[in-house]
Write a new protein. Structure first.
Ligand SMILES: O=C(O)CCC(=O)C(=O)O
Length: 245
């Protein structure tokens, strides 16, 4: 399980058993059904993810406990220890699905480009802070296309133009250094949100992303404590330092 620091991602095939996936799948389905009902207009307009599965009232305490037990389980801790040099902190959960319109284009980006930091600040920040996605697909999907090593390295000019729509480029243009990682049920893709990446839509994808980040003040500002486990739920979890705000 090595290579994250150099490449910016780890692909672990067949990491979860069918039984482990089934346990969370029914909870994710329930959340998604309720979310779709309440967010139909956003879905119509092109939204392709939801977040905050562990906050709000779509799931009950028991379901949230199961999700948190999944998130904080020892098996994932092993990956976390190889990815982060110090214990990170839980950030949030997301669900990724296909856009309603199958013609909708995907978009290359770094998550950090949406934080309001200047480009110069972003160049520095990718070298000393990280948000890491653990993508856990419920179905076979076309996965994520990413540019290895860009979690710590800045763009080539072509890449910068594409993700920022400059000089006639658009964010869905192909990029030469892109590497597609296809995923199947049971696999995990761990990747840095610092990287230049895009989702590949299709195959009715349905993936849970669990996000962790460095436990540093700049990152803690992005944490919404509503997503965190209650005192009662915490008593049923191991590795509670992940939730130690
Ligand atoms: O899967 C997708 O559509 C995009 C994923 C992504 O960009 C992200 O997780 O930051």
């Amino acid at each position: 399980m090595t290579g994250y620091e150099e490449q910016g991602y780890l692909y672990l095939e067949n990491f979860f058993s069918e039984a482990e996936i089934v346990t969370i799948e029914k909870i994710l389905n329930k959340f998604h059904e309720k979310w779709l009902k309440d967010n139909a207009s956003y879905y119509e307009k092109g939204l392709l993810n939801s977040h905050g599965l562990t906050s709000g009232n779509y799931l009950n305490e028991e379901e949230k406990t199961v999700l948190f037990q999944f998130i904080s389980q020892d098996k994932l801790q092993e990956i976390i220890r190889t990815v982060f040099s110090e214990t990170p902190i839980f950030l949030n959960t997301q669900l990724f699905f296909d856009p309603k319109n199958s013609e909708q284009k995907n978009y290359w980006h770094r998550d950090i480009q949406y934080t309001g930091m200047s480009v110069e600040e972003q160049k520095i920040a990718i070298c000393n802070q990280d948000v890491v996605h653990f993508r856990i697909p419920m179905r076979k999907e076309s996965g994520i296309e990413l540019i290895p090593k860009t979690h710590r390295e800045w763009d080539l000019s072509e890449e910068f133009e594409v993700r920022n729509s400059l000089n006639g480029a658009v964010p869905s243009d192909g990029l030469q250094r892109g590497k597609v990682i296809e995923l199947d049920r049971g696999d995990v893709l761990v990747f840095s949100a610092n990287m230049i990446h895009r989702g590949i839509y299709g195959q009715n994808r349905f993936s849970l992303d669990v996000l962790f980040c460095d436990n540093i003040p700049q990152m803690r500002n992005f944490i919404d404590s509503n997503n965190y486990p209650s005192k009662e739920i915490l008593e049923n979890l191991d590795n509670t330092e992940l939730f130690g705000l």
